[in-house]
Ligand binder design. Structure first.
Ligand SMILES: [Zn+2]
Length: 349
């Protein structure tokens, strides 16, 4: 735990990462406004940022308080949902809804509803994602699995294994090993959109890719999972193939397949929201960012789309630019356009 490091670099990282727990404020010389590090407004240019230990010092240097993040108020002046998020950020294990609601002065059902409206997930989901992210960060840094779990607020390794694989993809040890020890079975076949590859682990679908041919698709898969054992299994993946074929043609995918994907908490939230966009409809990057409570994060949403590992199952093709047109697509703009047309047609009939 390093909370006392107040070097400009560390503080700048907190601003960029919108770290609501960081205990300082920053002023922006071009606007004359000072903010908390967790402020949802656009990230300023570093050259224009000055750091202060507290609001008092920022004020005496001539800055005025931001109206969005209210750096002049005590923690209790935050809205109840922001306050809840701060409490969870500080200790994601403080999960009980009743206790949280009492601390912020709402009923459990009010808190549940408002939090979900603001951030797109329930407080429980938020806390779980946070614990997952912390465990992942600790694992990537090389901490032992057990230490990582306790540091991240999981009371036991059983509690961790119960919730994490769904979001983390592989088990923690496998994740640290870059997918080593994971068997991925895959199949390549022709679809409405050209050659398509699906890959599954024993936990769920980990890859859906589109490309020009078999070799290229196998290369893509190898690039994403350098240490995994890849086995071609056209016969064994009938159900997944069927679902992917149907989705590629703009129709419903029938069964909801379990996914085995991994990303940061933000990516994970974006992907979940994308899965709720109905077939035949689109949302803009900005709309999605707004729904996630981060109205200025449209570009981060676009990046999360660009890193989607399972085309079609997480339908990132339904996210488009506000300016019009279909926008970018990891698997080719042309495929995105055809897919949207096919979906619109299937819905219309
Ligand atoms: Zn602000």
């Amino acid at each position: 735990m390093t909370t006392t490091d107040s070097s400009p670099d560390t503080r700048w990282m907190a601003v960029v990462g919108r770290d609501a727990k960081a205990d300082f404020v920053f002023g922006v010389s071009s606007t004359g406004v000072y903010c908390r590090p967790g402020c949802p407004a656009r990230t300023p240019i570093r050259d224009r940022v000055r750091f202060f230990d507290d609001a008092e010092s920022a004020r005496s240097a001539g800055f005025r308080a931001c109206r969005r993040c209210r750096p002049d108020g005590p923690g209790s002046n935050l809205s109840a949902v922001e306050h809840t998020r701060e409490l969870l950020d500080r200790s994601p294990e403080s999960g009980g809804m009743k206790g949280l609601a009492a601390q912020v002065g709402l009923s459990p059902s009010q808190l549940q509803r408002r939090f979900k409206t603001a951030f797109g997930v329930s407080p429980t989901e938020y806390a779980r994602a946070l614990r997952t992210r912390r465990a992942r960060a600790a694992l990537t840094a090389g901490t032992s699995v057990t230490e990582a779990l306790y540091d991240a607020g999981f009371g036991s390794s059983r509690a961790f294994y119960e919730v994490v694989p769904a979001a983390l993809g592989m088990t923690p040890t496998q994740f640290r090993g870059g997918g080593a020890g994971v068997e991925i079975r895959y199949s390549v076949f022709e679809s409405f959109l050209g050659p398509l590859l699906v890959g599954v682990t024993n936990r769920g679908v980990c890859a859906v890719k589109m490309g020009e041919g078999e070799l290229e698709l196998e290369d893509q898969l190898r690039g994403d999972f350098p240490w995994a054992q890849l086995t071609r299994d056209d016969a064994g993946l009938g159900e997944v193939r069927q679902a992917a074929l149907s989705l590629a043609a703009g129709r419903s995918g029938q069964p909801e397949l379990p996914l085995d994907v991994h990303g940061t908490m933000f990516q994970w939230l974006v992907w979940r929201h994308i899965q709720r966009i109905p077939r035949g409809r689109t949302k803009t990057y900005g709309q999605l960012a707004g729904e996630l409570g981060r109205p200025t994060a449209a570009r981060a949403v676009a990046r999360a789309c660009a890193t989607n590992q399972v085309a079609l199952l997480i339908p990132c093709h339904r996210v488009v630019p506000a300016a019009g047109g279909e926008g970018g697509y990891r698997w080719g703009t042309d495929r995105k356009r055809r897919l949207l047309e096919a979906e619109a047609q299937a819905e219309g009939t």
